[in-house]
Design a protein around this ligand. Structure first.
Ligand code: HMG
Ligand code: MG
Length: 300
């Protein structure tokens, strides 16, 4: 049985834009987020409070959130943002934001490349961040990267992913998003990983799936996730995305491609496909290249 209803967690403004070579004006980013909200997407992840030198594309996080608060008021404070450490949390608290996401790695190599930490050191970095966020009443999403494969370490053991995911829950994460950072997952692997979390006592209502479409498997993997009972899917308008610190990472599952499949399956999502397509085409003009989404290209 498939779920009747799913939540799409839109990451285009963050995962999408963090990897773009073209510099995008803060005002255009604010327009993008406003359009995505208007299309019915919720949550819409807005940006990252990371080191500006590590991700220059999102160095305007403060200006962007200030602009959004001006435009949308308190609604802007409901938009989740990435926060890796206490310094990032301070920046989010200053703007009175309500939802953050910390992002860990299932592998040692990527913890080092993405966070400048060891595998164990990342939990030590997250602990005070998490504790202070919780004390401030924030919700905290936990992302886990390299859940299916790592460009430096190859296959990643399911047991290791479950152990790392449980660390994020033990720290206090409200939800865990399992990231296929480099898009190598296949449907059987997805089912096996969700099953292993279930065996470890983690129910599907606490899981989200975050697929990149590098090998063209994201929709098949999503169907495997739906068949396994997961109801939250990360996707990016127009299929933008990738991680600057993960060799070979390309775009996320396109929100439009996901919507097309969900409509065909009769699964509710509350999003206006035409508005998302319009937005992706509008953004493609700012980026100077067409959207990689098959549905955006196919629709008249
Ligand atoms: P570091 O250099 O080890 O930081 O970076 P540090 O703690 O040693 O501090 C050095 C300086 O940076 C200090 O300044 C800090 O104040 C400053 P100084 O005293 O020298 O003037 N600093 C900061 N400034 C602003 N904001 C901050 C911050 N933290 C320290 N938050 C750090 C460590 C974690 C900061 C760095 O590695 C970093 O920013 N990494 C982020 C990388 C990133 O954003 N990657 C992409 C997102 S993850 C992803 O895409 C995967 C996902 O989509 C799921 C999937 O697909 O798998 C989520
Ligand atoms: Mg990602």
């Amino acid at each position: 049985d498939l779920p009747q209803k799913v939540t799409i967690y839109e990451v285009g403004a963050r995962d999408g834009l963090q990897n773009e070579k073209t510099a995008i004006d803060t005002g255009v980013k604010a327009d993008l987020i406003t359009r995505l909200l208007d299309a019915g997407l919720s949550p819409v992840e807005a940006t990252s409070f990371v080191h500006p030198k590590w991700v220059p594309q999102l160095a305007d996080a403060k200006e962007l959130m200030t602009e959004l608060v001006d435009r949308l008021g308190d609604r802007a404070r409901e938009l989740p943002v990435l926060v890796p450490n206490e310094k990032g949390l301070d920046r989010a608290l200053e703007l009175e934001l309500r939802h953050i996401a910390i992002f860990g790695s299932a592998t040692e190599t990527f913890a080092n490349k993405n966070l400048n930490q060891t595998f164990d050191g990342q939990w030590a970095m997250f602990e005070p961040t998490m504790n202070r966020a919780k004390t401030a009443g924030m919700t905290v999403r936990g992302y886990l990267s390299m859940c299916f494969g790592d460009p430096w370490e190859g296959q990643v053991e399911i047991a290791k992913v479950v152990e790392a995911g449980k660390r994020l829950f033990d720290l206090g994460a409200d939800e865990l998003s399992l990231g296929d950072t480099i898009g190598v997952a296949t449907a059987g692997h997805v089912k096996a990983l969700i099953q292993a979390f279930g065996d470890a006592g983690v129910t599907t209502d606490r899981l989200a799936l975050h697929f990149h479409d590098t090998y063209g498997q994201a929709l098949a993997n999503t169907l495997a996730g739906l068949q396994s009972g997961v109801t939250t899917y990360d996707a990016s308008a127009g299929g933008l995305g990738g991680c600057p610190y993960a060799k070979s990472a390309t775009g996320n599952l396109a929100t439009e491609d996901l919507l097309w499949m969900l409509d065909g399956l009769g699964i509710e999502h509350g999003v206006d496909l035409d508005k998302v397509v319009d937005t992706s085409r509008w953004l493609a003009e700012h980026l100077g290249r067409p959207s990689p989404s098959a549905v955006v290209r196919a629709l008249p």
